[in-house]
Write a protein that binds this ligand. Structure first.
Ligand SMILES: Cc1cc2nc3c(=O)[nH]c(=O)nc-3n(C[C@H](O)[C@H](O)[C@H](O)COP(=O)(O)OP(=O)(O)OC[C@H]3O[C@@H](n4cnc5c(N)ncnc54)[C@H](O)[C@@H]3O)c2cc1C
Length: 370
């Protein structure tokens, strides 16, 4: 693919280079990486009038997680990201909009249950939960899921739920009508991406959304290797759902819809030690032991059969916006890729579009599906 070469780049009052676009065509965008970050950028960019080409190696994609929880109070600290509620509502509304247009995204929007083991743990959550986040405190006797004894406090977050990661990504990419190229980008800069085979693609702007594997491969001018950590985890696939809704406390149990359409389940966590690079080799035996012991502390007897496993690596240390090399980035979404990825992608596209000087000062609107 060859696109017209971009014009010289005058500096804007906001410091970044202005993206200059010819009057008679859509501005072009290369998105590197097709996980939830790249798919969301492609989707919102297409809605803002960019002609998007998505370049994805489709290797070690954390976003293929079989059940991603939309849990606004993720983690054990009780702290909530300030944008969590906004992100949660955007992700659900995207799913509704995509499903209304015929995309199938297995999900259930029926809450997340957080069992807490002590009064102290409850106090931490109570301190941090914002009043605008709907939540209920339940006793064990009123638990909507079977739990082992020893959980004095249950926090029910009714706006939470689970979704099939790969299905949402696929739907976003299809709705964006992006041109998809399968392959690894070896290097990139503000206006070009060079594929591993040597082909050079160019566009008005480049957004890197490489996730854990992409940060390990490197390739962008100014892509730092420090300040980001990679963390592996595994989901065991179960032949049946152990709980009717996701239950999360260090590990999580969630229903899924299996490929045959039957209800199944997962038990998982991101539990491997933080590492300097991506490693998705599968779970260590001692990790499996830990996972199973945490699960039995949570629910007692698992009473389901393990049918397989899925392993992934997530990257922490958020990178958002224009980078010193002139290209843009959305990456390092940690354990909140599905909670915050679409929201941050929408904001990144708004910023990127603000740098574009088309005929009306912004990319022309178009109406891709969704
Ligand atoms: C076990 C586990 C459980 C999780 N549970 C949850 C959960 O419950 N809720 C939640 O919100 N999040 C969860 N996460 C985190 C979530 O999966 C990630 O935050 C999210 O998927 C990251 O998305 P991404 O698009 O940044 O990266 P990825 O999904 O990893 O996508 C990156 C893509 O870019 C491609 N790529 C990289 N570099 C290049 C290149 N140079 N050229 C071409 N292609 C490239 C890769 O091959 C890959 O396809 C979990 C993660 C794990 C590992």
């Amino acid at each position: 693919m060859t696109t017209p070469t971009a014009q010289p780049l005058p500096a804007t009052s906001r410091g970044g280079p202005m993206i200059h676009v010819q009057e008679d065509r859509e501005p072009t965008l290369l998105v590197i990486g097709g996980g939830i970050a790249g798919a969301s950028v492609a989707y919102f960019a297409a809605r803002s009038g960019w002609a998007v080409t998505l370049l994805d190696a489709a290797e070690a994609r954390a976003s293929d997680v079989p059940a991603a929880l939309l849990d606004p109070a993720r983690g054990q600290s009780g702290r909530m990201d300030v944008r969590a509620l906004e992100g949660l509502r955007l992700s659900w509304s995207l799913i509704r909009r995509l499903e209304a247009r015929g995309h199938r995204i297995p999900h259930e929007h029926n809450g997340v249950l957080r069992p807490l083991a002590s009064d102290l743990a409850r106090a931490k959550f109570e301190r941090h939960l914002p009043p605008e986040l709907p939540h209920h405190w339940l006793t064990a006797a009123r638990s909507p899921a079977p739990l082992a004894p020893g959980w004095p406090h249950l926090l029910l977050l009714p706006e939470g739920g689970w979704l099939a990661g790969a299905a949402l990504v696929t739907a976003l990419i299809a709705a964006s009508r992006a041109t998809v190229r399968r392959g690894r980008v070896a290097t990139w800069d503000a206006h070009t991406a060079t594929l591993a085979g040597g082909e050079v693609l160019s566009a008005e702007a480049v957004v890197w959304c490489g996730g854990s594997i992409g940060a390990t491969w490197g390739g962008g001018t100014g892509l730092p290797t420090s300040g980001q950590t990679h963390r592996g985890g595994t989901l065991l696939l179960l032949d049946r759902a152990v709980t009717p809704l996701p239950v999360s406390s260090g590990v999580y149990l969630s229903p899924i819809i299996q490929e045959n359409g039957q209800r199944g389940g997962v038990l998982g966590a991101t539990f491997e030690a933080p590492a300097p690079q991506c490693n998705v080799g599968g779970p260590a035996l001692r990790s499996l032991n830990w996972l199973l012991s945490r699960a039995s502390a949570l629910t007692g007897n698992l009473s389901s059969t393990v049918t397989g496993f899925w392993s992934g690596s997530r990257l922490s240390g958020e990178r958002f916006g224009q980078q010193p090399g002139g290209w843009w980035a959305l990456s390092g979404l940690g354990s909140k890729g599905f909670l915050l990825g679409p929201l941050l992608a929408r904001e990144l596209v708004a910023e990127l579009s603000g740098h574009s000087s088309g005929p009306s000062g912004s990319p022309r609107p178009s109406s891709p599906d969704g």
